[in-house]
Design a protein. Structure first.
Length: 296
């Protein structure tokens, strides 16, 4: 793996770290399998790219992308809590609808951002000289650190505890006076905002937004969460969030290594196959960890 591949893999790992945090909030905190993630990721990319091309400041474009991602999460929550749709069905319906929404936002299947100013060129161009090819990675590390700290503090507040209680036992939470519908809406809003943020940054780093770029996003997020929980201790909220990000980075490195080691046997077209195998192995890691731990 050369330097360009190393930097690119690390960038993708940090980007999908936001997706992993979103999947962690919906799946682990709320116990809500939210498949609308596959639509929220390209929604963030499409919104950010369309606004940047239209001349909007990249920071504002990113914030708008996060807001629209949060709205997608609210719609999923509304379908589930008010219309009593199954959780999986709610996510599938929103994911399907977002495909058309993303096409409407972009006006075409994809938008190139080559030559357009992104948030990196706007604020972090001074990192180019001292950090070389890693200049994009540092601001993403800073952003990940800030958001991790904010999310950790939020989940320890009364609202955050109510959110966690709702996911742990909704009936008991209602008995304690917690409005579980509001908590589900808040949690899915936050989760999809993180995913949309990942999509927006992905569009800036890769230089394009495509309507089909969200396919398999939920699988990547799930794999990152499972791998992170298997390799790092998760007895604290802060460690769990860090584990999700570390899992996303490790996931991308394993994918890159598999495609490089495979040589002519594995090709770029085999990415989904490698992903499926890796997720399957990741699903087995917790059980293997327990078995080997019990023997020791």
């Amino acid at each position: 793996m050369n330097m360009i591949q190393l930097v690119g893999t690390l960038e993708l790992g940090l980007i999908y770290g936001f997706v992993a945090i979103g999947v962690y909030l919906s799946l682990r905190v709320l116990d809500f399998p939210d498949l609308s993630v596959d639509g929220s990721f390209p929604l963030g990319a499409a919104t950010c790219a369309a606004l940047i091309v239209a001349g909007v400041h990249p920071l504002i474009a990113t914030i708008v992308a996060m807001i629209l991602g949060g709205l997608a999460g609210l719609i999923t929550a509304w379908l589930s809590t008010h219309l009593k749709f199954m959780n999986l069905l709610s996510g599938i319906l929103v994911m399907t609808a977002l495909y058309s929404v993303n096409l409407r936002i972009m006006g075409r299947p994809n938008i190139p951002l080559l030559g357009e100013k992104t948030i990196f060129e706007e604020f972090f161009v001074s990192f180019k000289a001292p950090f070389g090819p890693f200049w994009r990675v540092l601001p993403m590390l800073i952003l990940v650190g800030i958001l991790t700290y904010i999310l950790n503090c939020f989940l320890k507040t009364n609202i955050g505890l109510a959110l966690r209680a709702t996911g742990n036992n909704a009936r008991m939470a209602r008995a304690q006076g917690i409005n579980d519908k509001i908590m589900v809406s808040l949690g899915l809003c936050l989760a999809n905002s993180f995913v949309a943020l990942g999509g927006a940054i992905f569009a800036k780093v890769s230089g394009y937004a495509d309507v089909s770029m969200g396919v398999g996003t939920i699988i990547v997020g799930l794999a990152a969460v499972i791998i992170g929980e298997a390799i790092l201790p998760t007895n604290k909220i802060s460690r769990t969030i860090i584990a999700c990000i570390a899992g996303a980075i490790l996931y991308r490195f394993v994918i890159a290594a598999a495609l490089n080691i495979g040589g002519s046997f594995l090709q770029a077209a085999d990415l989904n196959l490698v992903t499926a195998v890796l997720v399957g192995v990741a699903m087995l890691l917790p059980d293997l960890k327990k078995q080997f731990g019990s023997k020791v």
